[in-house]
Design a protein. Structure first.
Length: 141
């Protein structure tokens, strides 16, 4: 069995963003030379996520609106995390990450990501403006 590991680094200039990363994961898969197996894509930061959905701007805005309704950024003093942590204002980002998820696993079939017709992989940033990483781990034959 082969094993491949790579870290992808992102620095989003805004507090929140959704970054389409399917092509970056496909590049990793090509480098790995795995033809049959699994790909794990994991946000390695507690205020970011990785998820699969449609690459449609209206949906992305719906996510933004929905997440902000569930866990509004302001007022920042509504979150105990912001009051307990030194100089933190990202309590909402932790909750948004929990909702959107930490990771995805995608099957690899004949050397390709086995995604549904409209499925794409995204990096979700909820407390940006600093470097964060995403792990791509591929195992298989």
């Amino acid at each position: 069995m082969k094993s491949y590991r790579k870290e992808l680094w992102f620095e989003v200039p805004t507090r929140r963003a959704f970054v389409h990363i399917t092509s970056l994961v496909e590049e990793c898969l090509a480098e790995s030379r795995v033809r049959e197996g699994l790909v794990l894509v994991n946000a390695m930061h507690i205020t970011a996520s990785v998820f699969i959905n449609d690459d449609e701007p209206g949906l992305h805005q719906d996510y933004e609106d929905w997440l902000e309704q569930l866990a509004p950024h302001e007022p920042t003093d509504r979150y105990r995390h912001n009051l307990n942590a030194v100089r933190e204002d990202n309590g909402d980002a932790h909750l948004k990450r929990q909702i959107m998820g930490r990771e995805v696993v995608v099957a690899v079939t004949t050397g390709r990501l086995d995604l549904g017709t409209w499925e794409r992989i995204f990096y979700g940033e909820f407390d940006g403006r600093r470097r964060k990483r995403v792990l791509v781990k591929i195992i298989g034959e």
